[in-house]
Write a protein that binds this ligand. Structure first.
Ligand code: M6R
Length: 369
């Protein structure tokens, strides 16, 4: 059932272009308008929403962190993303105009379920983004948007993550559409680009051999750091999480802007640092700042592993290893940038002799606290 792959994780990484396409299927019409009739929250209610709170755990939480950038940019609705395990024990300020989005692959994660119950008790509307039909989280929510990743067997989440991003973006764009915010050229263009993401993931997958080779060479390292900013920051956190759970290595993700506030003290000779570089187009200020960060850490001996879009020449002189990803709008970059990090972690786990699909101490779905 692994379809010729050694591990489910490899199979699921390879299935990502299809998972993304399946999640988009039927949700964008020929005119580039979104049709999310399945949502079961009517447009009038969506127009009233004045606050969005995303709750999730682990990888799904990283998807929610990324979605916050897109939602606020496209809808101008304030959005927070919070770990479900924190949210459920807090006293959050919610009412009937709050939309809580619970993201979960399994639909059975205890903390996420408790967070949504907590939200509904206070009158908030809950929308589930879920990969498992009929599971508890969608059953207890007001509405559901299913991701169509197909069954994810490996404990480490890969294809579910990409489809969670797609689903979050569909919700964000749909809110933009019904509320008339920013609906115009920019969103029209993003919808078109979103439809191409599957192909771009395919392109990334075809160029992963150098990443695998690099990973094998790092099997004896103790620590790997990840840096990013804007939507690249949660991607860095996700890269670090993958490495922890699969390779059992010390891995940490940082917001690159925080480097000088502490983490730069960790940089020493030979320390591998993966840097997710934003596009030089669009938000080019951030691009230039991160290029300076790469220079700074390299000057202190770091081994720089740079993930940058095709055509970005500014990073070349400072990259010990350069991983190219296709050009895409800034907000969509996480979907292509996450893929090399998945491959990297999977290969490191293999090189270290770890059980890829079933890492120690972990369960696929965490139904206890
Ligand atoms: O099923 P869920 O999406 O609710 O699961 C949430 C996390 O437990 C999950 O993403 C976990 O962090 C993965 N093992 C990460 O690869």
């Amino acid at each position: 059932e692994k379809g010729g792959y050694d591990y489910f994780m490899l199979k699921e990484i390879a299935e990502q272009p299809k998972a993304v396409a399946d999640t988009l299927l039927g949700r964008i019409d020929a005119e580039g308008q979104l049709t999310l009739d399945e949502l079961r929250i009517d447009d009038a209610e969506l127009r009233e929403v004045d606050k969005i709170v995303m709750v999730a755990c682990g990888t799904a939480y990283h998807a929610g962190m990324i979605a916050k950038y897109a939602i606020e940019h496209w809808t101008r609705i304030p959005c927070e993303t919070e770990l479900a395990s924190e949210f459920r024990y807090r006293d959050p300020i919610l009412d009937g105009r709050t939309l809580v989005v619970a993201i979960s692959q399994s639909g059975e994660t205890m903390d996420t379920l408790m967070a949504l119950r907590h939200a509904r008790e206070q009158g908030a509307k809950v929308l589930a983004i879920c990969n498992t039909n009929g599971s508890t989280i969608p059953r207890e929510s007001d509405a559901v948007l299913y991701t169509h990743a197909g069954p994810e067997v490996a404990v480490a989440s890969t294809k579910a993550f990409l489809t969670q991003l797609v689903a979050c973006y569909l919700v964000a764009l749909y809110l933009g559409q019904v509320r008339g915010t920013k609906w115009g050229d920019e969103i029209g263009e993003v919808v078109g680009e979103l439809a191409r993401i599957g192909e771009q993931v395919d392109e990334v997958l075809a160029t992963m051999e150098p990443v695998r080779e690099l990973a094998r060479g790092l099997a004896d390292k103790g620590t790997v750091l990840f840096l990013g900013r804007h939507v690249g920051y949660p991607v860095a956190l996700e890269g670090a999480l993958k490495l922890k759970e699969l390779a059992y290595m010390h891995a940490e993700g940082f917001a690159a802007g925080e480097l000088k506030h502490g983490p730069i003290a960790l940089i020493e000779d030979g320390l591998p640092v993966v840097v997710v570089v934003p596009s030089p187009r669009g938000r080019s200020v951030l691009h230039d700042k991160i290029v300076s960060n790469i220079q700074e850490i390299r000057a202190r001996g770091a081994m720089t592993i740079v993930i940058a879009e095709e055509g970005d020449e500014a990073v070349v002189p400072y990259a010990d290893h350069l991983v190219r990803v296709p050009r895409t709008p800034t907000l969509l970059q996480p979907m292509v940038a996450a893929v090399p990090l998945q491959v990297f972690a999977c290969e490191l786990a293999t090189a270290r002799g770890n059980e890829v699909d079933q890492p120690r101490n972990l369960a696929k779905s965490v139904t206890v606290e």
